[in-house]
Design a protein around this ligand. Structure first.
Ligand SMILES: Cc1cc2nc3c(=O)[nH]c(=O)nc-3n(C[C@H](O)[C@H](O)[C@H](O)COP(=O)(O)OP(=O)(O)OC[C@H]3O[C@@H](n4cnc5c(N)ncnc54)[C@H](O)[C@@H]3O)c2cc1C
Length: 470
C-alpha cells in the first residue's frame, strides 16, 4: 500500500469548474492536485462543446459553398473530405490540451492522470494511467466528475449506437444516419452530418424536438430541418435496433401506432446523460447522492461530507460549460468569505444549429407554468435589415416583459447571430434595465442587434398581456 500524500486542494476530474479552481488555488500558493482519468481539460475541449462546434463550422462552410452561386461565386464539384474535417478538429483539440498543460505548469497545480476512487473520507486511491497507484488525501476536496452518455435500455442500441464521442471521430460520412433524441446535441450533429452529405432521420419520443422550448420555436426548427431534407419523427419511440454496424435497422413505433423500420448505416444515441458517480466509493467518503444519482449539494455546492464540494454536471447543475465555470466562482467566493449561491442564476444557452437558437430567462411555457403574467413581443428576423444583406432571413426574436412592470423576463431568438444578440439582452437583464432602454438605444445599423429596438417597440401597454405569433 502506497503512503498517503497530503495536499491542501484535491480536485477529482479536470472539467471546467475543477480546473479553474485548481489553477487559482495553486497560483495562490495552495498545494493542489487534480486527478483526471482521460480528458485533460474535461469534456468541453475534448469531446463535447468545442469539437462539436468545430465540425458544425465545417458543415456550415460546406453549406455556404454549395450555395455560393446565389452570392455570385461559382463553385463546382463540391464535396466534403471527412478525413480533413477530422484532422481540423483533432488539431484544435491537441492545441487546447497543450494550452491546458501549460496552465497546469504555470499555476503549479499537479495534474495526475489516473482514475480516482475513495478509500476513506477525503482520501482517494488513484490507479495511474501509466501503471501503479497513489493515495492522496485533501484538506478540501472538489468533485468535478461530469456525466457520460446515457443509453436507454432499447434492445440492440448499446451494441450498435455511436455516441457523440465516436461520431465526432468518424473519418467518413455516414450514408444514412439515424439520430435518436431531439435535444440540442442531437440536433446540432444531425444538421452538420446532413450538410456533410448523410441522409438523416431524427427520432424524438416527445411531441416536438427541443423539449421545454415554446412550440413556435420547435416548429421553426422542424421547418428548417424539413427544408434541409432532414426527416424528424416526433412522438416516435425507438423499439429496437437490428443488424450490425453499417447495415442497421432502427425499428420505431410512430405517433400513429405503426411500426416502421428505418434503415441506417449508423445510429447516434443522443439520449441524455448519466452522472459519473457510481463505483468510485462516494459512500465511503460520506458523499450522498440524490434520487437521480447526482451528488446532493446545497445552494453553496457543499456536499453531505464536510469540506467536500461538487461542481458542474455531477452536482446536478445545468449542463453547460458556462455553468460549471460559475459553480467555480460560487465556491471560490465563499471560500474567500463571501456569500454566494446557485439560486436565481440567469443561465443562457445556445443551440448551435444554423441558424442558431438562443434563450435567456423565461419562455412562454415556463411563464405560464410559474403563473407569471407577461407581455410578449415577436419580430421575424427578415424585418431586421441586416438579414436582407446576408440572406439569412429565417427565424424570429421573442421577448417576454413583465405585464405590470417594465422588467425583461426572457428573450429567445432563432436566427443568425442569436447567441450574440441574446448576450445584449442578458446584459440589460443583469443590469436591471427596463425594456424601454433597449427600445430607445442607438444600435449600430445594419447589425442583428439593431432588431432589438423594433422588437421592444412591439411590447404592448402595461397591464395588457399581449401575444403575437412570429
Ligand atoms: C455533444 C455535446 C455538446 C455540448 N455542447 C455544449 C456547448 O456548446 N456549450 C455548453 O456550454 N455546453 C455544452 N455541452 C455540455 C458541456 O460539455 C458540459 O456541461 C461541460 O463540459 C461541463 O462539464 P463538467 O465541468 O461538469 O465536467 P466535465 O468537463 O465532463 O469533466 C469531468 C471530468 O471528470 C473526469 N472523471 C470522471 N470520473 C473520474 C474519476 N473517477 N477519476 C478521475 N477523473 C474522473 C472525466 O474524465 C472528465 O474529464 C455539450 C455536451 C455534449 C454531450
Amino acid at each position: 500500500m502506497s503512503q498517503t500524500e497530503r495536499v491542501e486542494v484535491l480536485v477529482l476530474g479536470s472539467g471546467t469548474g475543477g480546473k479553474l479552481l485548481a489553477w487559482e488555488m495553486a497560483a495562490a500558493g495552495h498545494r493542489t492536485a487534480v486527478v483526471e482519468r482521460r480528458w485533460i481539460g474535461g469534456s468541453c475541449p475534448n469531446i463535447n462543446c468545442l469539437p462539436s462546434k468545430n465540425e458544425v463550422k465545417s458543415a456550415e462552410v460546406a453549406d455556404v459553398v454549395k450555395r455560393a452561386g446565389a452570392f455570385g461565386t461559382a463553385a463546382t464539384g463540391v464535396r466534403t473530405d471527412m478525413v480533413k474535417v477530422l484532422a481540423r478538429k483533432r488539431k484544435m483539440v491537441d492545441e487546447l490540451v497543450a494550452a491546458h498543460l501549460e496552465r497546469y505548469r504555470a499555476s503549479g497545480a499537479e495534474l495526475i492522470l489516473g482514475e480516482a476512487r475513495f478509500v476513506g473520507a477525503k482520501t482517494v486511491e488513484v490507479t495511474l494511467k501509466d501503471g501503479g497507484t497513489r493515495q492522496l488525501s485533501g484538506d478540501r476536496v472538489f468533485l468535478n466528475l461530469g456525466t457520460r452518455p446515457f443509453l436507454p435500455p432499447i434492445p440492440g442500441l448499446a451494441e450498435a449506437a455511436l455516441t457523440n464521442i465516436e461520431l465526432l471521430e468518424l473519418d467518413r460520412v455516414p450514408e444514412r444516419l439515424v439520430v435518436i433524441g431531439g435535444g440540442y446535441a442531437g440536433l446540432e450533429l444531425a444538421q452538420a452530418y446532413r450538410r456533410f452529405g448523410s441522409r438523416v432521420t431524427v427520432v424524438e419520443r416527445g411531441p416536438h424536438v427541443l423539449a421545454g422550448e415554446d412550440p413556435d420555436v420547435a416548429d421553426a426548427l422542424e421547418r428548417l430541418f424539413a427544408d434541409e431534407e432532414i426527416e424528424v419523427l416526433s412522438s416516435t419511440q425507438p423499439l429496437r435496433v437490428d443488424g450490425r454496424r453499417g447495415a442497421l435497422s432502427v425499428v420505431v413505433r410512430t405517433g400513429r401506432g405503426d411500426e416502421r423500420a428505418l434503415a441506417a448505416s449508423d445510429v447516434l444515441a443522443a439520449t441524455g446523460r448519466a452522472p459519473n458517480t457510481t463505483g468510485i466509493g462516494l459512500d465511503v467518503a460520506g458523499v450522498e447522492l440524490d434520487a437521480r444519482g447526482y451528488i446532493a449539494v446545497n445552494e453553496r455546492l457543499e456536499t453531505s461530507a464536510p469540506n467536500v464540494w461538487a461542481i458542474g454536471e455531477c452536482a446536478g447543475s445545468p449542463q453547460f460549460t458556462h455553468v460549471s465555470a460559475d459553480d467555480f466562482r460560487v465556491i471560490r467566493d465563499n471560500l474567500d468569505g463571501g456569500d454566494r449561491n446557485t439560486r436565481k442564476r440567469l443561465v443562457p444557452f445556445c443551440v448551435f444549429t444554423d441558424p442558431p437558437l438562443a434563450r435567456v430567462g423565461l419562455n412562454e411555457v415556463e411563464a405560464r407554468r410559474h403563473g407569471v403574467s407577461v407581455r410578449v413581443a415577436t419580430l421575424p428576423v427578415e424585418e431586421v435589415l441586416r438579414t436582407r444583406t446576408t440572406g439569412q432571413t429565417r427565424g424570429f426574436m421573442k421577448a417576454l416583459v413583465d405585464a405590470r412592470r417594465d422588467d425583461i423576463l426572457g428573450f429567445t431568438m432563432f436566427g443568425a447571430d442569436a447567441g450574440e444578440v441574446m448576450a445584449v439582452v442578458q446584459t440589460a437583464m443583469i443590469g436591471g434595465l427596463p425594456f424601454t432602454s433597449l427600445r430607445e438605444a442607438i444600435l449600430t445599423h445594419p447589425t442583428m442587434a439593431e432588431g432589438l429596438g423594433e422588437l421592444f417597440g412591439r411590447v404592448g401597454q402595461r397591464g395588457h398581456e399581449a401575444k403575437a405569433g412570429p
